[in-house]
Ligand binder design. Sequence first.
Ligand code: URA
Length: 235
Amino acid sequence: MKLVKLIANLGYGSRKDVTRMFREGLITDADGEVLYADDRAEHDAIRIDGEPLDPPAGLVIMLHKPVGYTCSTKDRGRVIYDLLPDRFRLRSPLLSPVGRLDRETSGMLLMTDDGMLLHRIVSPKAKLAKVYDATLAQDLRGDEAGVFASGELMLESENTPLHPAQMEVLGPRQARLTLTEGRYHQVRRMFAAVGNHVEALHRPRIGGLALDDLPAGEWRTLDAQAIERLFVAAA
Ligand code: URA
């Protein structure tokens, strides 16, 4: 791919902007030698204003989404892209969230520009375990784990029952749910179906990958090994 297109696709500017950056000598190799638009150079060897280029297409990131951010590009309030470098909004192919978390839910959100990987993760066939920690408005009654595991729970306005889900009690008003599907507001609606209300919801893990110590609002890129860990059942 021509350097102008490659750099423009990473969101650094339009092709016209990038052509101007070449003319201004802002684009160099790792030794600071000015590159020209029709030079050939490896991605890793390119510097813009002395800084390495953003990762190439095939990018996968893990974001610790805080409460109060929407998984959208256009919402009027705060959106997940506000937590990433501005350029990431302009990349082509687009960097999209893999599934969604509600505005009021925090936790692990994956984002990628790799459409095949995105489908592999969200595919019902993958049955990836998504783990949610819920803080509830009222004490658990005691029968919730059985109801959720039954495979018979039908949420309002749906016509197929939920797949069996596991629930672990973490406290009188705290529960950890492990789901293998992702219906709209699923956790909140599940607890509503058993007469409770979710006050806070957090997703610490997807498959074999955990947020660990990634602070809220921060993100990191995932390498091929981390991506494969996603598909390994958590211990
Ligand atoms: N279930 C919910 O209710 N909300 C989320 O954000 C994710 C799962």
